[in-house]
Design a protein around this ligand. Structure first.
Ligand code: UT7
Length: 327
């Protein structure tokens, strides 16, 4: 039976560091509040005219091609989890294909906010397991600074820019994606969204004046859904596979708020030293958090390690994947 494994990881974060101290000069906030409420110390910002999320994704993908010593022409498909594509359309997948020279690939963007990467990973796994494709890039990234309102202290402190990617390939070994639980509930759509610019409310001078093209988040409401949702799916995937906390080498949780991560770890019985965490230096990069975690922790991972990858995001969208690391 064919299984889908991750065979390489790449990541990219921009150089510019936006610290809690600098944010304190922009809005009425302070390092103590941000650190204690979210665990975030700093985040990265992509500066430069004309730069889009694809510029970060391409850097992450180039690392993968180098590591695996393969050419872009060998890539079958590119799936991109993003909500800040370079354009409304065409897709950022198309842009990446062109920029790296992936002439034999097709692909698309997947809009699932903070769950974009895990939605993409399980989608790629199906194409691999079917036997149809051999090399699929799953990319997760966002230039959140392009939709953040830096006058809104309740949301601007959380988000940052960054992108990561993985290569998914087939194996006959019992490794890779073992199981997944994916969820969605569109009734949550108004709690975390960009209200204007879509077909329901196209851009006008008024929508710009009313700041409706920025991310809108009702933090407390989202927090309640996120803390329960991420813990629930993580517990569900363990239970139905008869796994216990001690069977898990790494919990790989979406990085939105350290308190949500801690609650999920506690619920599934995984100690802090087995929880991947980089929220303090990158904040919430939306589609980027999970591949950036894998990128940061790659050297610590061993073949056969059990990873539980969980996310919760706008939509609402959420889910959890049980994956056996392959190298
Ligand atoms: O990425 C996936 C989806 N997103 C999430 O999972 C995010 C979920 N939500 C959260 O992480 C939290 O709700 C936030 C970090 C966004 C906000 O934290 P909170 O503890 O829920 O704060 P709050 O909105 O309940 O506000 C508490 C107080 C308020 O003051 P009063 O009304 O009690 O006087 C806010 O005005 O904190 C105030 N406040 C701030 N104070 C200093 C809100 N933002 C700030 C700030 N600095 N940046």
């Amino acid at each position: 039976m064919i299984k889908a494994i991750i065979t390489a990881v790449g990541g990219y974060v921009p150089d510019y560091i936006l610290t809690n101290e600098e944010l304190s000069t922009m809005v009425d906030t302070n390092d103590e509040w941000i650190t204690s409420r979210t665990g975030i110390k700093e985040r990265r910002i992509l500066k430069g005219e004309g730069k889009g999320v694809s510029d970060m994704c391409v850097e992450a993908v180039k690392q993968i091609l180098e590591k695996r010593k393969i050419s872009a022409e060998e890539i079958d498909m590119i799936i991109v989890g993003t909500i800040t594509g370079d354009y409304g359309f065409p897709s950022t997948s198309n842009v990446i294909c062109d920029k790296i020279g992936a002439k034999n690939a097709w692909g698309y963007d997947l809009s699932a906010a903070c769950s974009g990467f895990i939605y993409g990973l399980v989608t790629a796994a199906q194409f691999i397991q079917s036997g149809k494709y051999k090399k699929i890039l799953v990319v997760g990234g966002d230039k959140m600074s392009s939709i953040i309102d830096y006058t809104d202290r309740s949301s601007c402190i959380i988000f940052g820019d960054g992108a990561g990617a993985v290569l998914v390939e087939p194996t006959e070994e019992d490794l890779g994606v073992q199981d997944f639980v994916m969820k969605a509930d569109g009734a949550g759509r108004n709690y975390l969204c960009v209200r204007a610019g879509g077909s329901m409310m196209p851009a006008t001078h008024q929508t710009v004046d009313d700041r409706l093209h920025f991310l809108h988040q009702e933090g407390q409401a989202v927090y309640k859904f996120a803390v329960n949702g991420m813990a629930d799916v993580s517990a569900e995937i363990l239970e139905r596979n008869k796994l216990k906390g001690e069977d898990i080498q790494w919990l790989v949780p979406h990085q939105a708020n350290k308190r949500i991560i801690d609650a999920t770890a506690e619920r599934v019985g995984v100690p802090e030293d087995k929880v991947m965490m980089n929220i303090e230096k990158y904040g919430n990069t939306t589609g980027g958090t999970i591949p950036l975690l894998l990128w940061d922790y790659e050297k610590k991972l061993k073949k056969g390690d059990n990873l539980i990858i969980s996310a919760f995001g706008g939509g609402f969208t959420w889910g959890s994947i049980w994956l056996k690391w392959a190298y």
